[in-house]
Structures are given as C-alpha cells and as structure tokens.
Write a protein that binds this ligand. Structure first.
Ligand code: ATP
Ligand code: MG
Ligand code: FE
Length: 341
C-alpha cells in the first residue's frame, strides 16, 4: 500500500510517500525566507506560495519512489489544525488527485501526525506511550494507547512552547522563527547565574503549562543585559526554565500513568537541552525515549503520509470527505473502525 501525504498547514509545503517498505520518498520547501522580513507567517503569502510549490513537490516524490499516481492507494492531506487558506491548498490538490485516479482521500489531523512521527524511525515506540508534543502552536502531554486513542493529560493555558521561544527570541532581536536562533545564542551562555526564571506551575500539582509569564520575565530583565554575553546568559536562563518545566511535567505524567515510554515530537523536540534533560530522566528511571530526526520534528509530509497509512492499514476510513478546519482538538479523534466490522 502506497500513501501520498501532503502538508500545507502553515509555512512548509511538503509531499511524501509511505509504502510497504516504509518511507519511500519525501520532499519539502520551507517558506522561512518568504516570511522572514515580516517577522512571522503572513497567511495570504503562505497560501499563494503553497499553490506554486505543491505540484512540483508531488511530481518529485513520485519520481523518487518510482511510482505513477495510479500506483497510489490513497491520498492523505493535513485537514487541520492550521491556517485555513493554507490548508485549503493541500486539500484541493489532494482531492484533485484522489478524484482523477479513483483513490480514497484521507484527512489527517496535523498533531496526530506530529505525534506519530517517531514511528518513522528505527527503533520505533510501541503503544502505549506518553507523548510530549511541543510545537509552534501546541504544548500537550498525551496518553497514547493506540492510533486515534488519545487522552490529553495536560496542555498550555496560554502560549505554546514554540511560541514562547519565538516571542522571546523576537525580544532579543533574533530573526524569525526564533526558537533555533535562541537555542544557538544560549549555547554561549550559562556561565553567569545572574538570571534565573521561574519554572511555571511546577510548585502545584497538575500537568498544565503556562509560558507567557516567562516572556514577560525576559522583557523585564532585558534592560539589564548590556552586552552580547548578557544576552546569551538571558537566553540560557530562559531555555533552562522552559526545558526544566517540560522535564518536571513529563516525570510527573509518567509517574501518574505508569507509562514506560516517552515520545517527544514537534519543532521544539529539536532542542538540544530538552533532549539532554529528557535523556537524563529516561536513564534515571529506566524509560525508553524516542525522538524523530530533526527534520521530522518540524512540519513535514512524511508524518502525514505515515498517519494516513496507519489509519488506512488499521481500519476503515472515517468518511474520506473533503474538509478543512483551522481548529480541531486531538482528543476528538476516534480510533479507526476495523475494516472487518
Ligand atoms: P503546530 O504544529 O502546533 O501547528 P508548527 O507546525 O508551526 O505548529 P512546528 O513546525 O512543529 O510547529 O515547530 C516549529 C516551532 O519549533 C517554532 O516555534 C520553532 O521556533 C520551534 N523550534 C524549532 N527548533 C527549535 C529549537 N532547536 N529550540 C527551540 N525551539 C525550536
Ligand atoms: Mg514551520
Ligand atoms: Fe506542526
């Protein structure tokens, strides 16, 4: 079974094919340069760029995999959550291919795809596991019992972690998207203990997060940062506060659920300090820890093709009708209905 995956939810245009032997091909065009001068994603520009990029990327992955469209068994596309205009580009292209070749259309939840991205790696996690989803728009701790069987244990009450990284990076005058730039700046910091920020909501029970206060704490501290070293120390203190908070809540969720595998996904999963801290936690507690490779932490179509493939191989598809939705809770997803039922 070969599934074409299409991703256009935000500022990455991507296509991939997942087949019987695993990932057969993937290609991506990032719009980072296009939006950089505006300091954030401009939705209308994103949609227009997806329109001009998506078809060549699909031709590229078909060529890479040595397949014709008629060899496909389904077309998966990101139906949401995301920017509505951007989502509609991928959905329309997916519907066009599916209709032309008589293939089932598989709407994919973008966060389910992020969550399943570690399945593209070897070794891969086995159900059940705890997932920490840390991206530009989401911060979620999810108890994952199987495909479509997700219980949200905790989420951010305000800014998502990636958003907090990006906003704080902006305060520090770093280019968009600031997360990786802030992480790089922080590598030169840490020697001075001049700054220490709170680990929000760790002093009380629960698995909820709040990151907007940290950004304000950095803003308040900023006038005292007089040189490049001070700025690096500030970035370091911010990153320590965020990654400690995430590690503390992961430990708590693992204890609460008794789960023994931890899966980390989403763009902030690329953060080196976070990987180090969760690595320590896993060693200390004898847990198995899984990350996707860096390029599959941020948006990509390999994870969309895989999520479509997993749903198609585990059961009958929900309805296969074309739709897009800017907001969509992962807890609303249903497990696939067995095809034999
Ligand atoms: P969502 O998936 O919630 O809709 P998104 O698709 O924009 O949001 P991703 O592509 O998964 O999010 O991740 C992008 C985010 O990851 C950005 O906020 C970016 O700054 C952050 N990020 C990427 N690399 C790093 C890093 N090394 N350290 C910290 N943050 C990072
Ligand atoms: Mg992106
Ligand atoms: Fe994403």
């Amino acid at each position: 079974m070969n599934i074409l995956g299409i991703e256009t939810s935000c500022d990455e245009t991507a296509a991939a094919i997942y087949g019987p032997a695993g990932l057969a091909a993937h290609a991506l065009h990032s719009q980072i340069a296009l939006h950089a001068e505006y300091g954030g994603v401009v939705p209308e520009l994103a949609s227009r760029d997806h329109v001009s990029r998506i078809n060549p990327l699909i031709r590229e992955v078909l060529a890479q995999a040595g397949l014709r469209p008629s060899d496909l068994d389904g077309v998966a596309y990101t139906a949401g959550p995301g920017l509505i205009g951007a989502l509609m580009v991928g959905a329309s292209v997916a519907a066009g291919i599916a209709t032309a070749h008589g293939l089932p259309l598989i709407p994919v939840h973008h966060m389910e795809a992020h969550l399943l991205a570690p399945m593209l790696e070897d070794p891969r996690p086995e159900f059940p596991f705890l997932a920490l989803l840390v991206s530009g728009g989401h911060t979620l701790l999810v108890d994952v019992q199987g495909v479509g069987r997700y219980e949200i244990l905790g989420e951010s009450l305000d800014d998502a972690v990636g958003e907090a990284f990006d906003k704080t990076a902006k305060l520090l005058g770093l280019p968009y998207p600031g997360g990786p730039h802030l992480a790089r700046l922080a590598e030169g910091g840490g020697a001075s203990k001049a700054w220490r920020f709170p680990r929000p909501m760790t002093d009380r029970p629960g698995l909820e997060f709040s990151f907007s206060g940290l950004k304000t704490a950095v803003l308040t501290a900023l006038p005292k940062a007089r040189n490049e070293q001070d700025r690096a120390d500030l970035a370091w203190a911010f990153q320590e506060a965020v990654t400690d908070t995430l590690a503390i809540k992961c430990a708590r969720a693992l204890e609460q659920t008794g789960l023994e595998q931890l899966v980390v996904a989403g763009g902030v999963g690329a953060n080196k300090r976070l990987r180090e801290k969760l690595g320590e936690l896993a060693r200390r507690q004898g847990l198995r820890l899984y990350f996707p490779r860096h390029e599959f932490c941020t948006d990509n179509a390999a994870m969309i093709a895989y999520a479509g493939w997993a749903r198609r191989s585990e059961g009958r598809l929900p309805h296969g009708k074309l739709f897009t939705t800017p907001r969509w809770a992962i807890s609303e997803l249903q497990p696939p209905t067995p095809a034999t039922a």
